[in-house]
Ligand binder design. Structure first.
Ligand SMILES: Cc1cc2nc3c(=O)[nH]c(=O)nc-3n(C[C@H](O)[C@H](O)[C@H](O)COP(=O)(O)OP(=O)(O)OC[C@H]3O[C@@H](n4cnc5c(N)ncnc54)[C@H](O)[C@@H]3O)c2cc1C
Length: 429
């Protein structure tokens, strides 16, 4: 009885209908949606500006969504597709495109159905989200870090936060939307606070792993490959000797490891396999358009056009990008200055095998600092897919990367944030 009276008292005092924690992609979509529906919204953001991650997304261009048809789209979501279906049907990729165009951002669809702002500026996307909030009357406090979500009798009654000047404050409210993101690229503000809040309130957190992250290799030539970008490569990921996925596209090499769209997409399976102690290797077919026999004929043709006194490196130069010539001759154990006249049939066969199957043992993966997304998070079966409300705590809604949802590169992850953020912002009961 006393508890009920206390709750009643709180409801009469509170100035906001909902507090949103985190002004990222999901948080701004949720806050703007709630405010547009007439709710009084407070948005708390611990960084000095909104959408830091959105502002650097897509290499500064922001791949805002993907225009593929719904079913194909959901195939790119790695887990909990069923759970996402409701949020996606409420606000799908078409709705995202309409939303930004209505906000005045012109969009273009590029290769792979990836959607980008025509301006090529991720800032336009972040600013459009911010304007959506501001124009609908959301109150935003920056440099304000939420430290605790408060509950009373199994329901939300507010949040505790540290304000800009470092003082602890409490704001009472019956509804909270948790959109604190994951733990990847923590410098953008996503440091995983939301997982702790949700766990403290009884939620299960599925193990967190970096996803879309560079892969580390022990390959002896790796140090010579930094900066190299290979296009039109057919890559295969092997786990315990079995092929588990194949991808075609770009592969890059840097101090962080093997990256580029193809390696990042494969990293999800590679990371899980490495965590389970399995052996992982990546093979690259550098001449995927040619089978071995056609490649042999091509090499013979090239040699016929060259003088016997030309070097092996010059033959390689006709077959692969320049930065690959030296590492490849080391890999083959054929001196780059060997005369073509001395090249044996066995060496040509070795060259063909290597071009068709350059193998990188994968020993590790880059940490969260370099991962595009976080795999794992708040268990989806503890959240109502029709509302995004917690099934454990009344008045707690969750959206975006804090949930156990992650997808391939290609605009899918931001769409997850927009779809779930939109649904949470509707504050359905
Ligand atoms: C380098 C990079 C490039 C990417 N490019 C793309 C892309 O092109 N396309 C795509 O679809 N996806 C991309 N992603 C992934 C995508 O950006 C994320 O999946 C998406 O931003 C997640 O949205 P979110 O709102 O859940 O979390 P975030 O955008 O991370 O927002 C979380 C917000 O919560 C705030 N916060 C955290 N804790 C607190 C607290 N205690 N109190 C107050 N505020 C708090 C943070 O400061 C942050 O502003 C990229 C990611 C990275 C790292």
């Amino acid at each position: 009885m006393e508890e009920l009276n206390q709750t009643q008292e709180i409801l009469e005092r509170e100035p906001y209908d909902v507090i949103v924690i985190g002004a990222g992609a999901a948080g701004m979509m949720a806050a703007g949606t709630a405010a547009k529906a007439g709710k009084r919204v407070l948005l708390l953001e611990k960084m000095e500006k909104s959408g830091r991650k959105v502002r650097i997304s897509g290499k500064g261009r922001c791949n805002v969504t993907n225009a593929r048809p719904a079913e194909e789209f959901l195939n790119h979501v790695r887990v909990n597709r069923e759970f996402l279906t409701q949020a996606f049907s409420e606000f799908n990729n078409r709705a995202t495109i309409r939303f930004f165009e209505r906000q005045g951002v012109k969009l273009d669809i590029e290769r792979g159905e990836r959607v980008f702002p025509r301006s090529g500026k991720a800032w336009d996307i972040a600013n459009a989200l911010l304007e959506y909030c501001v124009d609908n009357g959301v109150k935003i406090l920056y440099e304000t870090r939420v430290t605790e979500i408060l509950t009373l009798g199994g329901r939300i009654y507010g949040v505790r936060y540290r304000n800009k000047r470092g003082f602890e404050r409490k704001e009472e409210c019956r509804k909270v939307i948790l959109t604190t993101g994951g733990v990847s690229y923590p410098a953008t503000g996503s440091t995983g606070d939301g997982y702790n809040f949700a766990a403290d309130l009884g939620h299960t957190i599925e193990p967190l792993r970096p996803s879309l992250t560079p892969l580390k290799t022990t390959h002896p030539q790796m140090k010579y490959l930094h900066g190299l970008l290979l296009r039109n490569v057919q890559a295969t990921l092997f786990v315990d000797g079995e092929p588990v996925c194949e991808e075609f596209g770009e592969i890059g090499f840097s101090e962080r490891g093997i990256e580029g769209a193809v390696a990042l997409r494969m990293s999800r399976d590679a990371v899980d396999a490495l965590i389970d102690g399995k052996s992982v290797k990546l093979t690259l077919d550098l001449k995927s358009a040619l089978d071995e026999e056609t490649l042999r004929a091509r090499i013979a043709r090239e040699r016929a056009e060259m003088a016997p006194t030309e070097f092996f490196s010059e033959l390689l130069r006709r077959l692969v990008p320049k930065p690959l010539v030296f590492p490849l001759s080391r890999e083959l154990d054929i001196h780059s200055k060997q005369y073509l006249s001395k090249l044996t049939d066995e060496e040509v066969t070795r060259l063909i095998k290597t071009l068709k199957k350059l193998t990188f043992p994968i020993s590790d993966y880059a940490p969260f600092e370099y991962a595009v997304t976080t795999a794992g998070g708040v268990r989806c079966s503890e959240v109502n897919p029709y509302t995004m409300e917690s099934l454990l705590v009344k008045g707690l809604y969750m959206a975006g990367e804090v949930l156990d949802l992650d997808a391939n590169t290609g605009g899918y992850n931001l769409q997850i944030a927009f779809s779930t953020g939109r649904l949470a912002g509707l504050l359905k009961e």
